[in-house]
Design a protein around this ligand. Structure first.
Ligand code: ADP
Length: 505
Protein backbone atom coordinates (compact mmCIF):
# COMPACT_ATOMS: atom_id res chain seq x y z
CA UNK A 1 0.00 0.00 0.00
CA UNK A 2 1.35 3.42 -0.91
CA UNK A 3 2.01 5.99 1.78
CA UNK A 4 -0.82 8.17 0.48
CA UNK A 5 -3.34 5.34 0.79
CA UNK A 6 -2.16 4.55 4.28
CA UNK A 7 -2.56 8.16 5.38
CA UNK A 8 -6.09 8.17 3.95
CA UNK A 9 -7.03 4.96 5.74
CA UNK A 10 -5.72 6.32 9.05
CA UNK A 11 -7.74 9.51 8.60
CA UNK A 12 -10.99 7.61 7.92
CA UNK A 13 -10.30 5.51 10.97
CA UNK A 14 -9.72 8.58 13.12
CA UNK A 15 -12.98 10.17 11.88
CA UNK A 16 -14.92 6.96 12.58
CA UNK A 17 -13.45 6.64 16.06
CA UNK A 18 -14.08 10.34 16.78
CA UNK A 19 -17.74 9.98 15.83
CA UNK A 20 -18.05 6.72 17.76
CA UNK A 21 -16.49 8.29 20.87
CA UNK A 22 -18.89 11.26 20.83
CA UNK A 23 -21.91 8.98 20.36
CA UNK A 24 -20.69 6.62 23.10
CA UNK A 25 -20.00 9.53 25.47
CA UNK A 26 -23.44 11.10 25.16
CA UNK A 27 -25.44 7.94 24.61
CA UNK A 28 -24.04 5.74 27.35
CA UNK A 29 -22.19 7.85 29.92
CA UNK A 30 -23.47 11.36 29.99
CA UNK A 31 -26.97 12.29 28.94
CA UNK A 32 -26.75 15.76 27.40
CA UNK A 33 -29.44 17.60 25.48
CA UNK A 34 -29.55 17.36 21.68
CA UNK A 35 -28.07 20.83 21.16
CA UNK A 36 -24.89 19.84 23.04
CA UNK A 37 -24.61 16.63 21.03
CA UNK A 38 -25.12 18.48 17.72
CA UNK A 39 -22.54 21.14 18.63
CA UNK A 40 -19.94 18.52 19.62
CA UNK A 41 -20.48 16.65 16.36
CA UNK A 42 -20.21 19.96 14.47
CA UNK A 43 -16.94 20.71 16.23
CA UNK A 44 -15.51 17.39 15.04
CA UNK A 45 -16.65 18.10 11.45
CA UNK A 46 -15.02 21.56 11.58
CA UNK A 47 -11.73 20.17 12.87
CA UNK A 48 -11.76 17.56 10.07
CA UNK A 49 -12.52 20.23 7.42
CA UNK A 50 -9.79 22.54 8.70
CA UNK A 51 -7.19 19.79 8.90
CA UNK A 52 -7.86 17.45 5.98
CA UNK A 53 -10.21 19.20 3.55
CA UNK A 54 -13.75 19.16 2.26
CA UNK A 55 -13.93 15.54 1.09
CA UNK A 56 -13.38 14.11 4.56
CA UNK A 57 -15.58 16.78 6.14
CA UNK A 58 -18.57 16.01 3.86
CA UNK A 59 -18.46 12.31 4.62
CA UNK A 60 -18.10 13.13 8.33
CA UNK A 61 -21.11 15.51 8.08
CA UNK A 62 -23.40 12.85 6.58
CA UNK A 63 -22.20 10.21 9.02
CA UNK A 64 -22.69 12.61 11.96
CA UNK A 65 -26.21 13.48 10.72
CA UNK A 66 -27.12 9.81 10.47
CA UNK A 67 -25.71 9.04 13.93
CA UNK A 68 -27.44 12.09 15.45
CA UNK A 69 -30.74 10.93 14.02
CA UNK A 70 -30.29 7.27 15.03
CA UNK A 71 -29.02 7.75 18.55
CA UNK A 72 -30.43 11.04 19.74
CA UNK A 73 -33.62 12.04 17.88
CA UNK A 74 -36.80 10.22 19.00
CA UNK A 75 -37.76 7.55 18.26
CA UNK A 76 -34.22 6.58 19.34
CA UNK A 77 -32.67 3.55 17.66
CA UNK A 78 -34.39 4.13 14.32
CA UNK A 79 -33.74 6.35 11.31
CA UNK A 80 -37.33 7.63 11.40
CA UNK A 81 -38.23 10.95 12.98
CA UNK A 82 -41.56 11.47 14.73
CA UNK A 83 -41.55 15.19 15.43
CA UNK A 84 -41.46 17.63 12.48
CA UNK A 85 -39.39 19.98 14.61
CA UNK A 86 -36.70 17.33 14.80
CA UNK A 87 -36.67 17.08 11.00
CA UNK A 88 -35.90 20.76 10.95
CA UNK A 89 -33.19 20.28 13.61
CA UNK A 90 -31.63 17.44 11.64
CA UNK A 91 -31.49 19.34 8.35
CA UNK A 92 -30.30 22.47 10.09
CA UNK A 93 -27.48 20.37 11.55
CA UNK A 94 -26.66 18.86 8.14
CA UNK A 95 -26.77 22.26 6.39
CA UNK A 96 -24.67 23.99 9.04
CA UNK A 97 -22.19 21.18 9.05
CA UNK A 98 -21.78 21.19 5.24
CA UNK A 99 -21.54 24.97 4.97
CA UNK A 100 -19.11 25.24 7.90
CA UNK A 101 -17.00 22.43 6.35
CA UNK A 102 -16.92 24.31 3.11
CA UNK A 103 -15.79 27.52 4.83
CA UNK A 104 -13.19 25.80 7.00
CA UNK A 105 -11.69 23.91 4.09
CA UNK A 106 -11.63 27.07 1.98
CA UNK A 107 -9.70 28.88 4.70
CA UNK A 108 -7.34 25.92 4.84
CA UNK A 109 -6.81 25.91 1.08
CA UNK A 110 -6.32 29.67 0.94
CA UNK A 111 -3.77 29.65 3.72
CA UNK A 112 -2.02 26.73 2.02
CA UNK A 113 -2.02 28.63 -1.25
CA UNK A 114 -0.73 31.79 0.45
CA UNK A 115 2.10 29.77 2.01
CA UNK A 116 2.98 28.26 -1.36
CA UNK A 117 2.95 31.70 -3.01
CA UNK A 118 5.14 33.11 -0.25
CA UNK A 119 7.60 30.27 -0.65
CA UNK A 120 7.61 30.67 -4.42
CA UNK A 121 8.14 34.44 -4.12
CA UNK A 122 11.05 33.83 -1.75
CA UNK A 123 12.53 31.34 -4.22
CA UNK A 124 12.11 33.83 -7.08
CA UNK A 125 13.72 36.57 -5.01
CA UNK A 126 16.68 34.36 -4.10
CA UNK A 127 17.00 33.23 -7.70
CA UNK A 128 16.88 36.85 -8.89
CA UNK A 129 19.79 37.74 -6.63
CA UNK A 130 21.78 34.71 -7.77
CA UNK A 131 21.23 35.52 -11.44
CA UNK A 132 22.77 38.97 -10.93
CA UNK A 133 26.10 37.45 -9.91
CA UNK A 134 27.61 35.94 -13.09
CA UNK A 135 29.85 38.38 -14.88
CA UNK A 136 29.34 37.35 -18.46
CA UNK A 137 26.66 35.77 -20.64
CA UNK A 138 28.39 32.39 -21.02
CA UNK A 139 28.78 32.06 -17.25
CA UNK A 140 25.17 33.11 -16.68
CA UNK A 141 23.70 30.66 -19.21
CA UNK A 142 25.57 27.76 -17.63
CA UNK A 143 24.49 28.97 -14.21
CA UNK A 144 20.74 29.38 -14.90
CA UNK A 145 19.63 25.69 -15.06
CA UNK A 146 21.39 24.66 -11.86
CA UNK A 147 20.20 27.74 -9.95
CA UNK A 148 16.60 27.24 -11.12
CA UNK A 149 16.84 23.55 -10.21
CA UNK A 150 18.18 24.46 -6.75
CA UNK A 151 15.65 27.20 -6.13
CA UNK A 152 12.63 25.07 -7.06
CA UNK A 153 13.95 21.67 -5.97
CA UNK A 154 13.70 20.21 -9.43
CA UNK A 155 15.79 17.15 -10.32
CA UNK A 156 16.39 18.34 -13.90
CA UNK A 157 16.12 21.73 -15.58
CA UNK A 158 16.71 22.34 -19.28
CA UNK A 159 17.27 25.80 -20.75
CA UNK A 160 16.90 26.10 -24.52
CA UNK A 161 17.74 29.29 -26.42
CA UNK A 162 16.52 29.58 -29.99
CA UNK A 163 19.43 31.83 -30.95
CA UNK A 164 22.02 29.25 -32.00
CA UNK A 165 19.86 26.33 -30.76
CA UNK A 166 21.78 26.29 -27.51
CA UNK A 167 20.85 23.86 -24.73
CA UNK A 168 22.03 24.17 -21.10
CA UNK A 169 21.32 21.50 -18.48
CA UNK A 170 21.32 21.33 -14.70
CA UNK A 171 22.13 17.64 -14.91
CA UNK A 172 24.51 17.06 -17.81
CA UNK A 173 23.13 13.54 -18.34
CA UNK A 174 19.51 14.51 -18.66
CA UNK A 175 17.73 16.54 -21.33
CA UNK A 176 14.04 16.93 -20.51
CA UNK A 177 11.57 15.88 -23.15
CA UNK A 178 8.60 18.26 -23.15
CA UNK A 179 6.29 15.41 -24.21
CA UNK A 180 7.40 12.67 -21.86
CA UNK A 181 6.34 12.37 -18.26
CA UNK A 182 9.07 12.52 -15.69
CA UNK A 183 9.66 9.34 -13.82
CA UNK A 184 12.37 9.07 -11.22
CA UNK A 185 13.06 5.49 -12.25
CA UNK A 186 13.92 6.49 -15.82
CA UNK A 187 17.51 5.87 -16.55
CA UNK A 188 19.59 8.66 -18.02
CA UNK A 189 20.62 9.77 -20.61
CA UNK A 190 17.16 10.05 -22.21
CA UNK A 191 13.87 10.48 -20.45
CA UNK A 192 11.91 8.31 -22.83
CA UNK A 193 14.25 5.35 -22.82
CA UNK A 194 15.21 5.69 -26.49
CA UNK A 195 18.11 7.84 -27.70
CA UNK A 196 16.87 10.98 -29.42
CA UNK A 197 18.92 12.78 -32.02
CA UNK A 198 19.90 16.38 -31.34
CA UNK A 199 17.63 17.69 -34.08
CA UNK A 200 14.66 15.79 -32.60
CA UNK A 201 15.41 17.25 -29.20
CA UNK A 202 15.73 20.75 -30.65
CA UNK A 203 12.43 20.34 -32.55
CA UNK A 204 10.63 19.31 -29.37
CA UNK A 205 12.11 22.20 -27.42
CA UNK A 206 11.28 24.65 -30.17
CA UNK A 207 7.69 23.41 -30.16
CA UNK A 208 7.51 23.92 -26.38
CA UNK A 209 8.95 27.42 -26.85
CA UNK A 210 6.25 28.35 -29.37
CA UNK A 211 3.40 27.61 -26.96
CA UNK A 212 1.40 30.74 -26.40
CA UNK A 213 1.03 30.19 -22.65
CA UNK A 214 2.80 28.45 -19.83
CA UNK A 215 2.07 24.79 -19.53
CA UNK A 216 1.17 23.90 -15.98
CA UNK A 217 2.44 20.64 -14.52
CA UNK A 218 0.31 17.97 -16.08
CA UNK A 219 0.46 14.24 -15.44
CA UNK A 220 4.12 14.41 -14.61
CA UNK A 221 5.10 16.21 -17.83
CA UNK A 222 7.82 18.81 -17.23
CA UNK A 223 6.64 22.37 -16.63
CA UNK A 224 7.39 24.34 -19.81
CA UNK A 225 8.02 28.06 -19.41
CA UNK A 226 8.55 29.93 -22.70
CA UNK A 227 10.92 32.91 -22.56
CA UNK A 228 10.18 36.06 -24.50
CA UNK A 229 12.06 39.14 -25.58
CA UNK A 230 9.21 41.60 -26.13
CA UNK A 231 6.67 39.39 -27.88
CA UNK A 232 9.23 37.30 -29.74
CA UNK A 233 9.79 33.81 -28.26
CA UNK A 234 13.47 33.41 -27.47
CA UNK A 235 13.68 30.11 -25.63
CA UNK A 236 12.11 27.82 -23.08
CA UNK A 237 12.87 26.51 -19.59
CA UNK A 238 11.71 23.00 -18.69
CA UNK A 239 11.46 22.02 -15.03
CA UNK A 240 10.80 18.43 -14.11
CA UNK A 241 8.81 17.15 -11.14
CA UNK A 242 7.68 20.49 -9.79
CA UNK A 243 4.35 22.19 -9.54
CA UNK A 244 4.31 25.96 -9.86
CA UNK A 245 1.56 28.54 -9.84
CA UNK A 246 0.92 30.50 -13.03
CA UNK A 247 2.18 33.71 -11.42
CA UNK A 248 5.46 32.06 -10.42
CA UNK A 249 5.92 30.69 -13.93
CA UNK A 250 5.36 34.17 -15.33
CA UNK A 251 7.81 35.61 -12.77
CA UNK A 252 10.41 32.94 -13.55
CA UNK A 253 10.07 33.51 -17.28
CA UNK A 254 10.56 37.26 -16.87
CA UNK A 255 13.47 36.80 -14.48
CA UNK A 256 15.41 34.41 -16.71
CA UNK A 257 14.76 36.42 -19.89
CA UNK A 258 15.68 39.67 -18.17
CA UNK A 259 18.86 38.34 -16.59
CA UNK A 260 20.03 37.10 -20.01
CA UNK A 261 19.17 40.45 -21.62
CA UNK A 262 20.93 42.31 -18.82
CA UNK A 263 24.11 40.24 -19.10
CA UNK A 264 24.10 40.67 -22.89
CA UNK A 265 23.61 44.42 -22.55
CA UNK A 266 26.45 44.64 -20.00
CA UNK A 267 28.73 42.65 -22.28
CA UNK A 268 27.78 44.83 -25.25
CA UNK A 269 28.47 47.98 -23.32
CA UNK A 270 31.83 46.64 -22.06
CA UNK A 271 32.71 45.64 -25.63
CA UNK A 272 31.77 49.01 -27.04
CA UNK A 273 33.66 50.75 -24.22
CA UNK A 274 36.74 48.65 -25.00
CA UNK A 275 36.32 49.35 -28.72
CA UNK A 276 36.02 53.07 -28.00
CA UNK A 277 39.10 52.97 -25.78
CA UNK A 278 41.08 51.10 -28.46
CA UNK A 279 39.92 53.63 -30.99
CA UNK A 280 40.92 56.49 -28.70
CA UNK A 281 44.34 54.97 -28.07
CA UNK A 282 44.83 54.36 -31.78
CA UNK A 283 43.95 57.95 -32.65
CA UNK A 284 46.06 59.29 -29.78
CA UNK A 285 49.00 57.08 -30.75
CA UNK A 286 48.66 58.15 -34.35
CA UNK A 287 48.48 61.82 -33.32
CA UNK A 288 51.41 61.47 -30.99
CA UNK A 289 53.51 59.43 -33.40
CA UNK A 290 52.79 61.61 -36.39
CA UNK A 291 53.45 64.80 -34.50
CA UNK A 292 56.16 63.82 -32.06
CA UNK A 293 58.11 61.60 -34.45
CA UNK A 294 57.62 63.70 -37.49
CA UNK A 295 58.68 67.02 -35.91
CA UNK A 296 62.20 65.91 -34.86
CA UNK A 297 62.58 63.81 -38.01
CA UNK A 298 61.67 66.80 -40.18
CA UNK A 299 64.20 69.00 -38.34
CA UNK A 300 66.93 66.33 -38.62
CA UNK A 301 66.18 65.76 -42.29
CA UNK A 302 66.19 69.52 -43.03
CA UNK A 303 69.48 70.07 -41.17
CA UNK A 304 71.18 67.15 -42.92
CA UNK A 305 69.91 68.30 -46.31
CA UNK A 306 71.26 71.78 -45.60
CA UNK A 307 74.62 70.38 -44.54
CA UNK A 308 74.84 68.21 -47.65
CA UNK A 309 73.69 70.77 -50.19
CA UNK A 310 75.43 73.86 -48.87
CA UNK A 311 79.10 72.94 -48.74
CA UNK A 312 80.03 76.59 -48.24
CA UNK A 313 78.45 76.93 -44.79
CA UNK A 314 80.67 78.56 -42.21
CA UNK A 315 81.62 76.82 -38.97
CA UNK A 316 79.01 78.45 -36.64
CA UNK A 317 76.17 77.66 -39.08
CA UNK A 318 77.36 74.06 -39.39
CA UNK A 319 77.53 73.85 -35.61
CA UNK A 320 73.95 75.16 -35.30
CA UNK A 321 72.67 72.54 -37.70
CA UNK A 322 74.61 69.76 -35.96
CA UNK A 323 73.21 70.93 -32.60
CA UNK A 324 69.69 70.72 -34.01
CA UNK A 325 70.41 67.16 -35.20
CA UNK A 326 71.86 66.26 -31.81
CA UNK A 327 68.92 67.68 -29.81
CA UNK A 328 66.26 66.26 -32.07
CA UNK A 329 67.89 62.80 -32.02
CA UNK A 330 67.85 63.02 -28.20
CA UNK A 331 64.16 63.86 -28.35
CA UNK A 332 63.47 60.91 -30.62
CA UNK A 333 65.47 58.70 -28.34
CA UNK A 334 63.49 59.87 -25.30
CA UNK A 335 60.24 59.23 -27.09
CA UNK A 336 61.20 55.70 -28.02
CA UNK A 337 62.52 55.06 -24.51
CA UNK A 338 59.18 56.17 -23.06
CA UNK A 339 57.25 53.97 -25.49
CA UNK A 340 59.36 50.97 -24.51
CA UNK A 341 58.96 51.72 -20.78
CA UNK A 342 55.21 52.08 -21.20
CA UNK A 343 54.99 48.76 -23.05
CA UNK A 344 57.06 47.02 -20.36
CA UNK A 345 54.97 48.48 -17.55
CA UNK A 346 51.77 47.55 -19.38
CA UNK A 347 52.92 43.97 -19.82
CA UNK A 348 54.01 43.83 -16.14
CA UNK A 349 57.48 42.92 -17.36
CA UNK A 350 59.21 45.33 -15.01
CA UNK A 351 60.98 43.70 -12.10
CA UNK A 352 61.22 46.20 -9.26
CA UNK A 353 64.30 46.15 -7.07
CA UNK A 354 62.61 47.30 -3.85
CA UNK A 355 64.93 48.49 -1.12
CA UNK A 356 64.64 51.01 1.73
CA UNK A 357 65.63 54.34 0.19
CA UNK A 358 66.15 57.77 1.79
CA UNK A 359 63.62 59.87 -0.15
CA UNK A 360 65.63 63.08 0.35
CA UNK A 361 68.53 61.65 -1.65
CA UNK A 362 66.20 60.64 -4.51
CA UNK A 363 64.57 64.09 -4.55
CA UNK A 364 67.88 65.98 -4.54
CA UNK A 365 69.25 63.76 -7.32
CA UNK A 366 66.16 64.45 -9.49
CA UNK A 367 66.33 68.19 -8.77
CA UNK A 368 70.02 68.31 -9.71
CA UNK A 369 69.26 66.51 -12.95
CA UNK A 370 66.53 69.04 -13.81
CA UNK A 371 68.68 71.99 -12.80
CA UNK A 372 71.35 70.82 -15.19
CA UNK A 373 68.89 71.31 -18.07
CA UNK A 374 67.44 74.57 -16.72
CA UNK A 375 69.95 76.36 -14.51
CA UNK A 376 67.74 79.47 -14.24
CA UNK A 377 64.85 77.53 -12.62
CA UNK A 378 64.10 78.01 -8.91
CA UNK A 379 63.51 74.57 -7.29
CA UNK A 380 62.56 74.88 -3.60
CA UNK A 381 62.89 71.66 -1.66
CA UNK A 382 61.53 71.62 1.89
CA UNK A 383 62.00 68.32 3.71
CA UNK A 384 61.95 67.48 7.39
CA UNK A 385 65.18 65.91 8.55
CA UNK A 386 63.29 62.99 10.16
CA UNK A 387 61.73 61.49 7.07
CA UNK A 388 61.46 57.70 7.12
CA UNK A 389 62.92 55.62 4.31
CA UNK A 390 60.61 54.43 1.55
CA UNK A 391 60.50 50.97 0.04
CA UNK A 392 61.23 51.72 -3.58
CA UNK A 393 63.16 50.98 -6.73
CA UNK A 394 65.61 53.90 -6.96
CA UNK A 395 65.86 54.10 -10.75
CA UNK A 396 62.09 53.99 -11.37
CA UNK A 397 61.22 56.51 -8.64
CA UNK A 398 63.86 58.88 -10.01
CA UNK A 399 62.01 58.64 -13.33
CA UNK A 400 58.72 59.57 -11.62
CA UNK A 401 60.35 62.57 -9.91
CA UNK A 402 62.10 63.65 -13.10
CA UNK A 403 58.80 63.45 -14.99
CA UNK A 404 56.87 65.49 -12.41
CA UNK A 405 59.63 68.09 -12.10
CA UNK A 406 59.97 68.22 -15.89
CA UNK A 407 56.20 68.78 -16.28
CA UNK A 408 56.18 71.46 -13.57
CA UNK A 409 58.98 73.25 -15.40
CA UNK A 410 57.33 72.72 -18.80
CA UNK A 411 53.85 73.90 -17.79
CA UNK A 412 54.70 76.93 -15.58
CA UNK A 413 56.45 80.22 -16.34
CA UNK A 414 60.25 80.19 -16.03
CA UNK A 415 60.27 82.86 -13.36
CA UNK A 416 57.99 80.92 -11.04
CA UNK A 417 59.43 78.60 -8.38
CA UNK A 418 58.70 74.86 -8.15
CA UNK A 419 58.12 73.42 -4.67
CA UNK A 420 58.98 69.89 -3.57
CA UNK A 421 57.95 68.47 -0.20
CA UNK A 422 57.36 65.11 1.53
CA UNK A 423 55.07 64.16 4.44
CA UNK A 424 54.49 60.86 6.19
CA UNK A 425 50.81 59.74 6.13
CA UNK A 426 50.20 56.60 8.20
CA UNK A 427 52.05 53.79 6.38
CA UNK A 428 52.89 55.90 3.33
CA UNK A 429 55.08 58.85 2.50
CA UNK A 430 53.42 61.47 0.28
CA UNK A 431 55.74 63.36 -2.05
CA UNK A 432 54.39 66.53 -3.68
CA UNK A 433 55.59 68.64 -6.60
CA UNK A 434 53.79 72.00 -6.84
CA UNK A 435 54.01 74.66 -9.51
CA UNK A 436 52.47 78.07 -10.12
CA UNK A 437 51.53 77.36 -13.69
CA UNK A 438 48.23 77.73 -15.55
CA UNK A 439 46.60 74.83 -13.71
CA UNK A 440 44.53 71.98 -15.13
CA UNK A 441 40.85 72.08 -16.05
CA UNK A 442 38.85 69.96 -13.52
CA UNK A 443 37.38 67.96 -16.44
CA UNK A 444 40.87 66.98 -17.55
CA UNK A 445 42.30 66.12 -14.14
CA UNK A 446 41.21 62.49 -14.31
CA UNK A 447 42.23 62.13 -17.96
CA UNK A 448 45.82 63.36 -17.85
CA UNK A 449 46.99 60.07 -16.29
CA UNK A 450 45.65 58.15 -19.33
CA UNK A 451 48.06 57.04 -22.00
CA UNK A 452 48.66 59.60 -24.75
CA UNK A 453 46.25 62.13 -23.24
CA UNK A 454 47.52 65.67 -23.63
CA UNK A 455 45.82 68.76 -22.19
CA UNK A 456 43.65 70.65 -24.68
CA UNK A 457 45.49 73.92 -24.03
CA UNK A 458 49.00 72.43 -24.22
CA UNK A 459 48.72 70.14 -27.22
CA UNK A 460 49.79 72.73 -29.73
CA UNK A 461 51.95 74.97 -27.51
CA UNK A 462 54.24 72.61 -25.60
CA UNK A 463 55.85 69.50 -27.05
CA UNK A 464 55.14 66.22 -25.33
CA UNK A 465 53.98 62.65 -25.86
CA UNK A 466 51.16 62.25 -23.30
CA UNK A 467 52.99 59.23 -21.88
CA UNK A 468 54.82 60.80 -18.91
CA UNK A 469 52.01 60.74 -16.33
CA UNK A 470 50.74 57.34 -17.51
CA UNK A 471 54.24 55.96 -16.89
CA UNK A 472 54.35 57.67 -13.47
CA UNK A 473 51.02 56.11 -12.51
CA UNK A 474 52.12 52.63 -13.63
CA UNK A 475 55.38 52.92 -11.67
CA UNK A 476 53.73 54.27 -8.51
CA UNK A 477 50.99 51.63 -8.51
CA UNK A 478 53.61 48.89 -9.04
CA UNK A 479 55.08 50.17 -5.75
CA UNK A 480 51.65 49.95 -4.06
CA UNK A 481 51.15 53.72 -4.01
CA UNK A 482 48.79 56.21 -5.64
CA UNK A 483 49.22 59.38 -7.66
CA UNK A 484 46.80 62.30 -7.92
CA UNK A 485 46.62 65.95 -8.81
CA UNK A 486 44.91 68.94 -7.22
CA UNK A 487 44.85 71.99 -9.35
CA UNK A 488 43.15 75.32 -9.72
CA UNK A 489 43.01 77.14 -13.01
CA UNK A 490 45.29 80.17 -12.87
CA UNK A 491 46.94 79.14 -9.58
CA UNK A 492 48.96 76.07 -10.43
CA UNK A 493 48.95 72.33 -9.80
CA UNK A 494 50.14 69.99 -7.06
CA UNK A 495 51.01 66.42 -8.09
CA UNK A 496 51.25 64.07 -5.11
CA UNK A 497 52.30 60.44 -5.13
CA UNK A 498 52.65 58.03 -2.23
CA UNK A 499 55.18 55.29 -1.53
CA UNK A 500 55.14 52.70 1.24
CA UNK A 501 57.35 53.52 4.22
CA UNK A 502 60.08 50.91 4.75
CA UNK A 503 59.60 49.15 8.09
CA UNK A 504 62.79 48.94 10.13
CA UNK A 505 63.79 45.28 10.59
P1 ADP B 1 53.06 65.39 -21.86
O1 ADP B 1 53.65 66.32 -20.86
O2 ADP B 1 54.08 64.76 -22.72
O3 ADP B 1 51.96 65.99 -22.63
P2 ADP B 1 52.17 63.93 -19.56
O4 ADP B 1 51.56 62.57 -19.47
O5 ADP B 1 53.37 64.20 -18.76
O6 ADP B 1 52.41 64.19 -21.10
O7 ADP B 1 51.05 64.99 -19.18
C1 ADP B 1 49.76 64.87 -19.71
C2 ADP B 1 49.07 66.21 -19.72
O8 ADP B 1 48.87 66.66 -18.38
C3 ADP B 1 49.88 67.31 -20.36
O9 ADP B 1 49.66 67.33 -21.74
C4 ADP B 1 49.35 68.55 -19.67
O10 ADP B 1 48.17 68.97 -20.29
C5 ADP B 1 48.95 68.07 -18.30
N1 ADP B 1 49.97 68.39 -17.27
C6 ADP B 1 50.90 67.58 -16.76
N2 ADP B 1 51.63 68.21 -15.80
C7 ADP B 1 51.13 69.47 -15.70
C8 ADP B 1 51.42 70.62 -14.87
N3 ADP B 1 52.41 70.60 -13.97
N4 ADP B 1 50.67 71.73 -15.05
C9 ADP B 1 49.69 71.77 -15.97
N5 ADP B 1 49.35 70.72 -16.76
C10 ADP B 1 50.06 69.58 -16.64
Amino acid sequence: MSLKRMVEAVRWLLIASGLASIVALYHHYYRANNTTVALTLLLLVLVVAGSWGLRYALVASFAATALFNYYFLPPIGTFTIADTQNWVALFAFLGTSIYASHLASRIREESHEADTRRLESEMLYRLGRQLLQPENVAQLLNFIPSSVANAFNSPAVTLYLADGDRIYLSDPKRISNPHVAWNSRDAPPSADGAERTRSEIVNDLREAMMQPTFRPPDEGLPVAIPLRVGVRPSGVVLLEAVSLSRETMEGLSGLVAMSIERAEALEDSARSKAAKETERLRTALLDSVTHELRTPLTSIKASISALLSQQTLDAPARKDLLTVIDEESDRLNRLIEQAVEMAQLDAHKVQLDLKPQPIAALIYAAVEQCRAGQPERDFRVSLSSFLPNVLADKAWIEKVLANLLGNAAKYSPVDQPIFISADPQKEMLAISVADRGAGIDPMEQSLIFDKFYRGQGQRSRVSGTGMGLAICRAIVSAHGGTIAVTSQIGHGSVFTFTLPIARPN
